[in-house]
Design a protein around this ligand. Sequence first.
Ligand code: UD1
Ligand code: CA
Length: 450
Amino acid sequence: MTAVAILAAGRGTRMKSDYPKVLHSLGGRSLVERALNSCELINPSRFLVIVGYQADLVKQALSHLDGIEFVEQSEQLGTGHAIQTLLPILGDFNEDLLVLNGDVPLLRPETIKELLTTHKQHQNAATLLTAHLPNPKGYGRVFCDVQNQVTQIVEDKDCNAAQKQNHRINAGIYCFNWAKLANVLPKLTANNSQQEYYLTEVFSYLDGVMAQDIADYLEIIGINDRKQLAAAYDILQKRVKDAWMSAGVTMVAPDTSTIDDTVELQADVIIEPQTHLRGNTSIGAGSRIGPGTLIENSQIGENVSVLYSVISDSIIESNSRIGPYAHLRGEAKVGAGCRVGNFVELKKTTIGQKTNVAHLTYLGDATVGEQVNVGAGTITANYDGVKKHPTTIGDRSKIGSNSVLVAPVNLGEDVTVAAGSVVTEDVADDSLVIARSRQTVKPGWRLNPE
Ligand code: UD1
Ligand code: CA
């Protein structure tokens, strides 16, 4: 079986960043994780990630993935030097090694699989992915003989004027017969403009190297600076949105919205302008999201509408209406057929079905039953300055406007709270609670200015 090595030890100077380049995020996932994910169809025998610059940060960022072996390249002396660190680790391994640059995030898993198939069919010493780029600046140029065998790769910085005219570039994705590669790795020199040990120098020593052109060159874009990072995001977004539109999702103004590739949508979802869907989010059939909405890591049921709102780590069941201007900021669970209206904030709060929280309300650490009406301006005072406390409100209760429920407090079923109450003690089922001072009127009273 094939082993995989991902090059992730470089600093990425051109990013001008304190963080390793491969940890920069592209649509919610780091560049290196995307490179790793592009191997999902090949089931490698070993998964080696070569780390160096801020190695601990890179290891930590990948710690949620199983089966990765980290290899330290203590000094970053070039991509060839990085692969040389595998010599003692792979030893006399007698299969193929797939090498990927950690900064090539848009490869499709199918492309990697095809590369491997070609490599095995032709029993090549090495097979590499190449592309014809309209603007090849920054990439190594691939030179072949008449039999289309690779003879040499020359880095952009080392190209003379004539070599720069060659637009066929090296994608930084290679499959090697390990034994043959291991044989020539010790020959690398740092005889080039950057005085680094280039992996690409091995092609001057290997025979039987095939270049496989890629149909869609956008797949192999390498990220060296922030402009390329933004360009890759555009490519990724176009891919994701085109796929959802083909699957029956309406996007009213696709260029104004963004959708992470981890999001799941059903047919007949309508994405209105300026809508951003992130992380582990799913939206049920017939729901209308936006305009002006951000939803992260949340599950939205069918036929829900969300207008100008922000929702994180929450669940909304079917037929509910959210917004405009609602903020569900974590662990909110809204039942079916509810209304959560303008300037309502929910945190760690569960709301039963057909309950309305229509205006100007904060519910935190609360459990609200079914068919409850929470009046405008209701606040759960859940924080005593040290600890958070819970509030419960039973089914069919009605909370009068501008009430404060001072937690911990439990209101039973069918309770009515008079407007403007400050409720500090539990209330039994079927009760009216009035917790405010009586109105006083003094007839014939007038302020007497001296
Ligand atoms: C490399 C290729 C170039 C190719 C391009 C494709 C070389 C010499 N050149 O150039 O032919 O067209 O990729 O994107 O290989 N890294 C290490 N250790 C090091 C140096 C780099 O692990 O000592 C890692 C980096 O973290 C990065 C990857 O190797 O993920 C590529 O390095 P980078 O410096 O970006 O290479 P390029 O100049 O883009
Ligand atoms: Ca690069």
